[in-house]
Structures are given as structure tokens and as C-alpha cells.
Design a protein around this ligand. Structure first.
Ligand code: GRF
Length: 200
């Protein structure tokens, strides 16, 4: 299955997925390309190092968000992409994009949805003083951080744990969970029924 990863920043999830494929932990998966919307994103350096084709799509070249998404969808179609993985992609997909890849777009969120939707979720959860937080992987639909949930794992925040330590533990968990969820998708084990995702 041909996969494209869309990312805007650091790219640690991108790297975890590519390494899982290289270690044969993701049978049948091929990470064909990385698409970024930021020219100087660190994830591009990782892509070069790992030998993954990377394409920068410049948002400044498009008048509308849909214009940008149309360009991305064209690239995905041209490359024969069957599964789209969002990994720190800092843009909201338009309905046009979501329809074109219906039920074939996954996202990871560093909190237990529906809590702490949006950006800086780890920090906001930490500052809120929650005792439990975690990671969510879900299908992407038209609403932000909303689509049917595939997998969630919780972490208890330790007494006197710093924000940095928590971030580190969340990211480690993400790197383990994302390849697992992708593997379930590739094996055809995820069945969506309304908001519920059954693992068969
Ligand atoms: C991750 O925490 C992910 O959950 C969120 O953005 C962050 C991306 O990190 N959507 P990285 O770029 O993969 O290191």
C-alpha cells in the first residue's frame, strides 16, 4: 500500500513510521513520499536522510485553502497514494480533500480526544492539571480532531513530572502507536460504523 505522510515540523512520527517500514514492522507498506507546507521544516532533513521523496507545496502560491488541497490531491493521485498519514501537519484539510480520500486519512493527536483539541495539546493538558492524558489516533473527517477514533492510550501524569518529561513520554507512545494503527489499516482490520471503529 502506497502511503504519503503530510507533516509541517519536527517529523519524529514521520521517522518512526519510516523506520517501522524498514524494520519490516509494517508489512505491505511503502512510504512513497512526504508532503510539507513549510520550506524549512526539519522533517525534510529526516526525509533526505531516510531516502524518502519529499515535496514542498508552497501555501503562498494559492489564493484559497482548497486551491492548496487540490494541488496536494493531484500529487497524491499522480503518485498512486492509497493512504494519507497526517503527522503534525499544521493545516486543516478542506472538505474537498477529505472527500477525495474518504476514510483513507489518519491523524494522531497528543491528548485523549475530545479533550484538548487543537494545537499545543500536551501543554494545555499539563497546565490544566489533568491526572491522565494520552494519545489518540483517528480517521480524519471534515471537522478538526473529530473523526472516528481508531486507538487511544492513556498515560498517568506523575507527581512532579515536568512538561518536558511528559512530552517525551507522549511522543514515545505516539511512535509506538502510529505504526500499529497503520498496520491495522493495511490489513483491512478497521471497520467504521458511524463514530465507532471496530478492530476485526
Ligand atoms: C505530534 O505530537 C502529533 O501528535 C501532533 O503533532 C506532533 C508532531 O510531532 N499532531 P512530530 O513532528 O511528528 O515530531
Amino acid at each position: 500500500m502506497n502511503i504519503a505522510i503530510l507533516a509541517s515540523g519536527r517529523g519524529s512520527n514521520f521517522e518512526a513510521i519510516v523506520r517501522a517500514v524498514k524494520r519490516k514492522k509494517l508489512k505491505g507498506a511503502k512510504v512513497k513520499l512526504l508532503i510539507t507546507d513549510r520550506k524549512d521544516a526539519y522533517v525534510r532533513i529526516r526525509a533526505k536522510k531516510l531516502g524518502v521523496k519529499d515535496i514542498f507545496v508552497d501555501p503562498k502560491k494559492f489564493k484559497t485553502r482548497e486551491g492548496f488541497d487540490r494541488e496536494v490531491v493531484n500529487i497524491l493521485n499522480r503518485e498512486g497514494i492509497e493512504l494519507v498519514i497526517l503527522a503534525g501537519f499544521m493545516r486543516i484539510l478542506t472538505p474537498y480533500f477529505v472527500k477525495k480520500f474518504k476514510n483513507r486519512i489518519l491523524n494522531i493527536h497528543p491528548a485523549l480526544l475530545p479533550a484538548f483539541k487543537g494545537t499545543d495539546a500536551i501543554e494545555r493538558a499539563y497546565n490544566y492539571g489533568v491526572k491522565v492524558t494520552g494519545v489518540t489516533i483517528h480517521f480524519v473527517d471534515e471537522k478538526v480532531d473529530y473523526g472516528p477514533i481508531i486507538m487511544q492510550k492513556a498515560l498517568e501524569i506523575k507527581e512532579r513530572e515536568s512538561l518536558e518529561e511528559l512530552e517525551e513520554r507522549i511522543h514515545r507512545l505516539e511512535h509506538k502507536m502510529y505504526p500499529e494503527a497503520i498496520s491495522l489499516f493495511i490489513k483491512g482490520k478497521l471497520k467504521i460504523r458511524g463514530r465507532h471503529v471496530k478492530i476485526i
